[in-house]
Ligand binder design. Structure first.
Ligand code: PEP
Length: 253
């Protein structure tokens, strides 16, 4: 079975004390990760080491950065390289979140550079894609998402692509309380998988985890995750509440 993943995206929220308390609360609640299930916590940079230590020795739990540099190292003030992240035990990084695309003008081409540097160095990217409301209203979301995939991912080898987790996040559903219906999520996830298959073949496409993101909560996770092409979620707001996120972990297939 493909990996099923509950990924928390804390964004720029919580102090380190609040973050540590949240992780303690999550650890204290019953949650049972099967061998094909992962929990990932994308926490602010200064909390990475704390979070890594918190889950030391626990299998199937990973800490992620929310971004990384497209450069290997050097005079890039304020940036954080893959090598720096790995030196504190990080194995996953979120790339191309719509907030980074919108506020920091990250383009598909720029994200391709970040993917390259991650994959050349065994860092696993969680690559975000998804359309704004106007595109959904014009019913051109498939073309929009296909372009994001083509321009950021489709230069990769099949082996490299299989290291990537894709997170489909319709921008109109992020932090808005509006969730794509499970049918809408399944439809575009199936499209993403078929688009990958058209270039890389079914075996590769079937092996890639595609997460849904956009107002995933405890009360909609079971239905969303039960869709055949939805392999878990990337979760913002609800990942800041221990009971909510544990219920989301427990909703994984
Ligand atoms: C996100 O941050 O990627 C996200 C989907 O946020 P929310 O769950 O709050 O919509």
């Amino acid at each position: 079975m493909r990996k099923q993943i509950a990924a928390a995206n804390w964004k720029m929220n919580l102090t380190i004390q609040q973050g540590e308390q949240l992780l303690n609360d999550i650890i204290a609640k019953p949650h049972d990760l099967k061998s094909h299930q992962l929990a990932v916590f994308a926490v602010p940079f200064p909390y990475l080491s704390m979070a890594v230590q918190k889950f030391a020795g626990k299998s199937n739990v990973f800490i992620a950065a929310q971004n990384c540099s497209n450069k290997k190292n050097g005079a890039y003030t304020g940036e954080t390289s893959v090598e720096i992240l790995q030196s504190v035990g990080i194995q996953y990084v979120v790339l191309g979140h719509s907030e980074r695309r919108e506020y920091y003008l990250e383009s598909n081409q720029f994200l391709a550079e970040k993917l390259d540097i991650c994959l050349a160095n065994n860092m696993k990217p969680i690559f975000c894609c998804g359309e704004p409301l106007a595109i959904r209203e014009a019913n051109t979301q498939n073309e929009f998402v296909a372009k994001q995939l083509n321009e950021s991912l489709f230069h990769l080898t099949a082996e490299q692509l299989q290291e990537v987790v894709i997170a489909y996040e319709p921008i109109w559903a992020i932090g808005t309380g509006k969730t794509a219906s499970s049918a809408q999520a399944q439809e575009i996830h199936a499209f993403i998988r078929s688009h990958i298959a058209s270039k890389y073949g079914n075996t590769v496409a079937d092996s890639i985890s595609i997460l849904y993101g956009g107002s995933v909560k405890a009360n909609n996770a079971v239905e969303l995750f039960s869709q055949p092409d939805v392999d878990g979620g990337l979760v913002g707001g609800a990942s800041l509440i221990a009971e909510e996120f544990v219920a989301i972990i427990n909703a994984l297939k």
